[in-house]
Design a protein around this ligand. Sequence first.
Ligand SMILES: NC(=O)c1ccc[n+]([C@@H]2O[C@H](COP(=O)([O-])OP(=O)(O)OC[C@H]3O[C@@H](n4cnc5c(N)ncnc54)[C@H](OP(=O)(O)O)[C@@H]3O)[C@@H](O)[C@H]2O)c1
Length: 223
Amino acid sequence: MRSFSIVVAADRAMGIGKNRGLPWRLRKDMAFFAKITSKVVQGAQDATTIGELTHQRRVNACIMGRKTWESIPKKFRPLTDRFNVIVSRDPHYLDDKPEKGNPLVALATSFEAALDLVESLQSPSSSSPSTSSIQVARTFLIGGAQLYNEGVRSKDCTHIFLTRIDATVDCDTFFPEISPSEYQLLPSTESHEFLENYLQESVEGGVIEEGSYQYEYTVYNRI
Ligand SMILES: NC(=O)c1ccc[n+]([C@@H]2O[C@H](COP(=O)([O-])OP(=O)(O)OC[C@H]3O[C@@H](n4cnc5c(N)ncnc54)[C@H](OP(=O)(O)O)[C@@H]3O)[C@@H](O)[C@H]2O)c1
């Protein structure tokens, strides 16, 4: 299964970034991001017992552009309990980095190569089990704009989990247009039900207020 989902937070104008970082600090949304990208749900996507048999660690994958990787504070990277795939055209990017050799960190020189890598770690056949210590459950594309541009157009993108921030914030980086002929925005109640089912736990629904911000977790399904 090559499918993946996009996770993003954007303002009314689909702004997502400023000065190489996030334009806002939303504690609950960060917790939601950590939950949706980290939680390995039993039975999710090609669950097999092969991982158990080969003592592989079953985690979700987060694919991200090199700039998004560098925007994560050093103390928080790699993202814990997730397989971090950094996309850079520089095949030697990791060579002098402390993360080189970390089994939870990998480099891919294109988005397609990142998907290939993750796919190869998803469901190894019992006849040729992967030699990796990692088995991938769900796959998420977590930014930034350059990677979203490629990802949103991919037929393998099944969902967009968009935290819609009801504000206009000064941004210099934007999420691409979500074509209504390719994605359907679920109504508020359905988005909420979808997320609770997807995560198999309760998720805060409706409008969330945090500081001066109001936002809501929404779901787009590929048509
Ligand atoms: N609001 C949100 O949910 C959210 C989420 C994520 C990020 N962001 C924000 O988005 C901004 C960063 O986004 P960005 O668009 O500037 O950068 P980005 O997409 O994170 O990374 C761009 C880099 O990825 C590599 N890359 C891109 N396309 C590639 C391809 N086809 N093949 C190989 N490598 C490729 C290149 O790395 P090399 O230059 O090394 O070759 C490129 O410079 C930051 O402000 C960040 O905070 C916001």
